[in-house]
Design a protein around this ligand. Structure first.
Ligand code: ADP
Ligand code: ASP
Ligand code: MG
Length: 368
């Protein structure tokens, strides 16, 4: 029997009307007997709203309590969607992350999945039920509720797809797949039919919000193909393949404004431990270190930093292309603070206020 995992992001379930439309889409998917596990995000802006409730009480709320609070958002959606399906006479059951067997480490607010025990989900699937799972959350071995980092419902979907042996994992969002840049920032962006998971990982590490990096890394490491689709719109989306992709030039360009740059005392100084900070290492060049602050606990160190990243299989070695993009930035009077290229990636650090313009310029140069 065919097993699929679908994930619906926050904008796809932001209203009751949209939850009904998602229920209709699920009904179409299971009409041929496909067994379906569905992962849902919190409705619309709910996670931010819950976060601001906590911040209205305390400047730095305990991370354990934040996880108790934020995990509620996804649970609201899972129950509402199960109710909508049952109302259509489709057998459905909702489960929290913990009930679904998503076991994580102890790192509240940016927990990593360490094990998946899919037996309960499998039992429900075998009963012919659609299983609706609250994304973005798991449980630690100490039985504490944890969350997987912002955007972490993608991770829930991919780890379940791997554990269930799903044919692929469909990530459904408000955009038709992965584009050559965020279409909100670069109007000339085009949809990509396919990308390798290596390219997608470099793109999400470069700050593209469309897929969460932990999900893409897990998919790459465990051979899970991802289909990125539009929930409601037409379009054929993007296939993220487990195989390499031959490519001339860039697959996509992204900007990241969620970074800080920290200066170490010297080029050979050891990197301070990031454990427990929620900060992630992006790169180090000599004494300069860039950290991703998206899931940082408390104030980020160093100075805010912005980086444009272009991604494509072998792009970092295509020096003529990379030089042309650098030249285009210079001609547009966009000052580059630091620049590098290696492997599948080329990057330019720019002033935060220049980030969008620099992203468009690099896109114009490398994608057209
Ligand atoms: P969801 O709530 O469904 O998880 P997200 O908001 O996390 O959706 O991700 C979708 C958004 O990612 C899009 O609306 C788009 O603005 C942004 N985005 C950034 N880079 C890209 C890209 N290369 N291709 C498509 N969308 C992108
Ligand atoms: N609701 C969480 C967030 O806003 C997780 C997710 O949407 O994937 O980050
Ligand atoms: Mg997302």
């Amino acid at each position: 029997m065919r097993v699929l995992v679908q994930k619906y992001g926050g904008s796809s379930v932001s209203t009751i009307a949209k939850i009904h439309r998602v229920a209709d889409r699920i009904a179409e998917t299971v009409a041929d007997g496909t067994r379906l596990a569905v992962v849902v995000s919190a409705m619309g802006n709910t996670t931010n709203e819950l976060l601001s409730l906590a911040l209205a009480i305390a400047e730095s709320p305990a991370r354990r309590e934040l996880d108790m609070l934020l995990s509620v958002g996804e649970r609201v959606t899972m129950a509402l969607l199960a109710i909508a399906l049952r109302d259509r006479d489709i057998a459905a059951v909702s489960l929290t992350g913990s009930q679904s067997g998503i076991i994580t480490d102890e790192s509240h607010a940016d927990a990593r999945v360490v094990e998946v025990r899919p037996a309960r989900v499998q039992n429900h699937l075998e009963q012919g039920e659609v299983v609706i799972i609250a994304g973005f959350q798991g449980v630690s071995r100490a039985r504490e509720v944890t969350t997987l980092g912002r955007g972490g419902s993608d991770t829930t979907a991919v780890v379940l797809a791997a554990a269930l042996g799903a044919e692929f994992c469909e990530i459904c969002s408000d955009v038709d797949g992965v584009w050559s840049a965020d279409p909100r920032v670069v109007p000339a962006a085009v949809r990509r039919d396919s990308l390798s998971l290596d390219e997608a990982l470099a793109l999400s590490r470069g700050g593209a919000k469309v897929l969460f990096e932990d999900a893409v890394r897990y998919a790459r490491d465990n051979g899970v193909a991802i289909q990125a689709s539009s929930t409601f719109g037409p379009g054929s989306g993007t296939r993220l393949r487990t195989t390499k992709q031959a490519r001339q030039g860039a697959a996509a360009v992204t900007g990241d404004s969620g970074l800080c740059r920290v200066e170490l005392p010297s080029a050979d100084a050891p990197l301070p431990s990031l454990q427990g900070t929620g900060l992630r290492l992006r790169r180090r060049v000599g004494s300069h270190v860039w950290l991703d602050t998206r899931n940082a606990h408390g104030e980020a160190p160093g100075a805010p930093s912005a980086v444009v990243t272009a991604v494509g299989s072998g792009l970092g070695e295509a020096t003529a292309l990379v030089c042309a993009a650098s030249e285009a930035l210079a001609q547009s009077q966009l000052r580059v603070l630091l620049h590098g290229h290696e492997g599948d990636v080329a990057w330019w650090e720019v002033s935060p206020e220049d980030l969008d313009a620099a992203t468009r310029t690099v896109h114009d140069s490398l994608v057209g």
